[in-house]
Design a protein around this ligand. Structure first.
Ligand code: SF4
Ligand SMILES: [Zn+2]
Ligand SMILES: [Zn+2]
Length: 297
């Protein structure tokens, strides 16, 4: 296989683009896709202070690496969830990466705060990923608010977003379908704009970029991810993609071109409160995270 651009030996073949690339031209392709995502969805510009949510996995580290390389003002934000060896290893990857590239980072440690995920899981009668999602959302929002960030960026890729879209379509849930936009506007003073700059790239492409650019990330999945329904949707979409290359892209882009507007929710003027426990903005008297912590008492 030869590179479509220069005719040198190709290292990656992208079936959905019917093209192969050498390292240099794959990097160029990858970067252009990120730039296009940022521009098309008007995510942010060079004046914005960006908080990048980091897990230690390939997607978030690739995103951090690229945004920094493009000259954006980034700070990585990592939450140590306290999930045994998985959390220890991922924290190590994040620290090594930040040091190697001389990047700013903020670390929140749930163990030190007294509510690691396994403890919450044993006390709160909800699915562990729902508990973890509430905790992560809370600390991401809190850190972005207190750090006066303009935007919160996450490393969700095309596979993540098509799997989520498929799940929401199967339920035809307008509330969730209205939140698919890769640039969600801020909500009040507390919740900052949320963006997903890798949304034009597949998991395989992000993995290839990480490998070619020597980005060392945690390869293990979170042990709690076993049996997650999102994996079921990803596998179904991978089967379709291998028979019909380009399916994921088409499914995602056509949703925004033809259907997303139909699910736009009416602006609801919800009265905001100050959480009686943590003092941050909340939809209820006590925010959902603090209600969860009350179960530990
Ligand atoms: S798989 Fe579930 S528990 Fe593990 S990090 Fe993701 S949301 Fe949290
Ligand atoms: Zn080339
Ligand atoms: Zn609270």
């Amino acid at each position: 296989m030869k590179c479509r651009k220069c005719g040198e030996r190709a290292l990656v073949t992208l079936r959905r683009h019917n093209a192969s690339f050498c390292k240099e031209h794959f990097n160029e392709f990858f970067r252009r896709q990120v730039e296009k995502g940022i521009k098309d969805y008007k995510m942010f510009d060079w004046s914005d202070k960006i908080m990048v949510c980091i897990s230690g996995g390939k997607d978030s580290l690739v995103l951090w690496y690229l945004l920094n390389d493009m000259g954006f003002d980034t700070t990585g934000m990592y939450i140590n969830l306290g999930i045994g060896e998985y959390s220890q290893k991922s924290l190590e990857k994040v620290n090594n990466f930040a040091e190697k590239h001389n990047l700013k980072s903020i670390i929140v440690n749930l163990d030190e705060l007294g509510h690691p995920i396994p403890l919450l899981e044993s006390k709160v009668k909800r699915q562990v990923c729902a508990i973890c999602g509430t905790a992560k959302r809370y600390y991401f929002n809190k850190t972005a608010y207190e750090g006066k960030f303009d935007v919160v960026a996450t490393g969700h890729n095309l596979d993540d977003e098509t799997a989520r879209l498929l799940g929401n379509v199967l339920k035809w849930d307008p509330a969730y379908l209205s939140k698919m936009d890769p640039n969600l506007p801020e909500d009040g003073e507390f919740i900052k704009r949320k963006v997903k700059p890798l949304v034009r790239l597949t998991e395989l492409e992000v993995g290839a970029f990480a490998f070619m650019n020597g980005i060392d990330y945690i390869k293990d999945e979170c042990p709690k991810a076993v049996g997650a329904t999102s994996m079921l949707y990803k596998n179904a979409l991978n089967n379709l993609e291998s028979e019909m290359p380009g399916t994921k892209h088409y499914f995602y882009n056509e949703f925004f071109r033809s259907a997303a507007d139909k699910f736009k929710m009416e602006e609801v003027n919800t009265e905001m409160h100050t959480c009686a426990v943590c003092g941050l903005e909340s939809f209820n008297e006590v925010c959902s995270f603090c209600r969860m912590l009350e179960k530990l008492k």
